[in-house]
Design a protein around this ligand. Structure first.
Ligand code: ZN
Length: 150
C-alpha cells in the first residue's frame, strides 16, 4: 500500500467532501461584501461574496484555488455563515481563529463551531493552519470594509 495513513488522518471525510464538492461556487456580482485573499506559500487564492437580506446573510458565493485545506475551509465557511448576522459571523470567526491558535474551547465554543471542529486536526500540521484561516481572515476584513462604508 502506497497510500499514507497520515494523509487519511489529515484529510478527514468532511474536509475531503468539501474539497471535492465545494459549496456555493457561483460568483455574486451584486454582493454587499466582497473579500479576496491569497497565501502564496501554497498557491491558495480565495474569493468570497456575501449578499445581505434583512441584516442576515442571504447568499454566499465562494471561489477557491490552492490546497485542499484552504478550499475545504472556504467551502465550509460559505455554509456556516448563511442565515447569520454580521455580528454572529464575527463571533464565529473569532472562535474559529481561537481554535486554530490552540485556545481551549468552552462548551459554547464547541457548539458554535459545529462541523468546523474538524479543523482541530489541522493543528497537528502547523504549516496548514494559515490555509484553514485564509477565508475567515478575508471575510473579517471584508466585513470591516463594509462597515466603514456604511
Ligand atoms: Zn494552503
Amino acid at each position: 500500500m502506497v497510500r499514507s495513513d497520515k494523509l487519511d488522518d489529515l484529510y478527514q471525510e468532511l474536509i475531503l467532501d468539501h474539497y471535492k464538492n465545494p459549496r456555493n461556487r457561483h460568483y455574486i456580482e451584486e454582493a454587499d461584501i466582497k473579500a479576496e485573499a491569497d497565501n502564496p506559500f501554497c498557491g491558495d487564492e480565495i474569493a468570497l461574496q456575501l449578499k445581505l437580506a434583512n441584516s442576515h446573510v442571504g447568499e454566499v458565493g465562494y471561489q477557491g484555488k490552492g490546497c485542499s485545506i484552504c478550499r475545504a475551509s472556504g467551502s465550509m465557511l460559505s455554509e456556516a455563515v448563511v442565515g447569520r448576522t454580521l455580528e454572529e459571523i464575527e463571533e464565529l470567526a473569532a472562535t474559529f481563529k481561537g481554535m486554530m491558535r490552540g485556545r481551549e474551547l468552552s462548551k459554547i465554543d464547541t457548539e458554535t463551531l459545529g462541523e468546523l471542529k474538524v479543523f482541530l486536526d489541522i493543528l497537528k500540521y502547523p504549516i496548514r493552519i494559515k490555509c484553514a484561516l485564509l477565508a475567515w481572515v478575508a471575510l473579517e476584513e471584508g466585513i470591516q470594509k463594509f462597515r466603514s462604508r456604511a
